[in-house]
Design a binder for this molecule. Structure first.
Ligand code: PGA
Length: 252
């Protein structure tokens, strides 16, 4: 079985001024030993992107945009293109976060165009999927997730998607303090890997990192990371606190 390098990613959402961003990076890098050799990624707001990328040069931390537009440039007031994100120093971008889907109305079709734009410019995509509580309760979880993958990643080959990162984030667990049990996470992660194997082949499925997100904390990261198909975490709230995020990066 392929040994996958773990990824611990922090999604800062709409938090942190420039000074707070700088302080957080300092808190993550000073006297820090990355015990698991995890890939570390932070996703600051656009206003802090260039500054954070600058501060992360020469460290193990990579920088992601939280989203990108599907066009390279143009009359799209307030949007940020993949060209601009890359120019600011991002190597990765989150696409399809549940807040983008539910608050900003990103549909599968829009997300598919955003994935295309990111790939066109060599940004590594962290593609998020996840079911609502109602969907879980009616037993639709796996169907919902498969549809999100199928539609969001439509028309790409395994070669084009090489390096893709998937984040499974049950909507009911994001920012609620409610975490999926390790068993619930494992069940969905295994189903995602199975879907990837069917759609893109076994090598692709075995190489793809699948992160869990939704109230990951220093107190529950170890048991979640212990599951076979969980290759990392996408962390919101606790990624804003250096001490907590350091502990999550150094999961056991
Ligand atoms: P949370 O957010 O860790 O605060 O639940 C996770 C996410 O939205 O990526």
């Amino acid at each position: 079985m392929t040994k996958r390098t773990p990824i611990i990613a922090g999604n800062w959402k709409m938090h942190n001024t420039l000074a707070e961003s700088a302080a957080l990076i300092k808190g993550l890098t000073e006297n820090f030993e990355n015990k698991q050799n995890a890939e570390i990624i932070v996703a600051p707001s656009y206003t802090s992107l260039a500054k954070v990328a600058e501060l992360c040069k020469g460290t193990a931390i990579k920088v992601a945009a939280q989203d990108v537009h599907w066009e390279d440039k143009g009359a799209f007031t307030s949007a940020v293109s993949p060209v601009q994100a890359k120019d600011a120093g991002a190597t990765h971008t989150i696409i399809g976060h549940s807040e983008r889907r539910s608050v900003f109305g990103d549909t599968d079709e829009i997300l598919n165009k955003k994935v295309a734009a990111a790939l066109r410019h060599g940004l590594t995509v962290i593609f998020c999927v996840g079911e609502t509580l109602a969907q879980r309760e009616t037993g639709e979880t796996l169907q919902v997730i498969e549809a999100q993958l199928k539609n969001g990643l439509k028309d790409f080959t395994a070669e084009q998607l090489n390096g893709l990162i998937i984040a499974y984030e049950p909507v009911w667990a994001i920012g609620t303090g409610k975490t999926a049990t390790p068993e619930q996470a494992q069940e969905v992660h295994a189903a995602i890997r199975q879907y990837l194997a069917t759609a893109y082949g076994n090598d692709f499925a075995q190489a793809t990192r699948i992160l869990y997100g939704g109230s990951v904390k220093d107190s529950n990261v170890d048991e979640i990371m212990a599951k076979e198909d969980v290759d990392g975490a996408l962390v919101g709230g606790q990624s804003l606190i250096a001490e907590k995020f350091r502990r999550i990066i150094n999961f056991n």
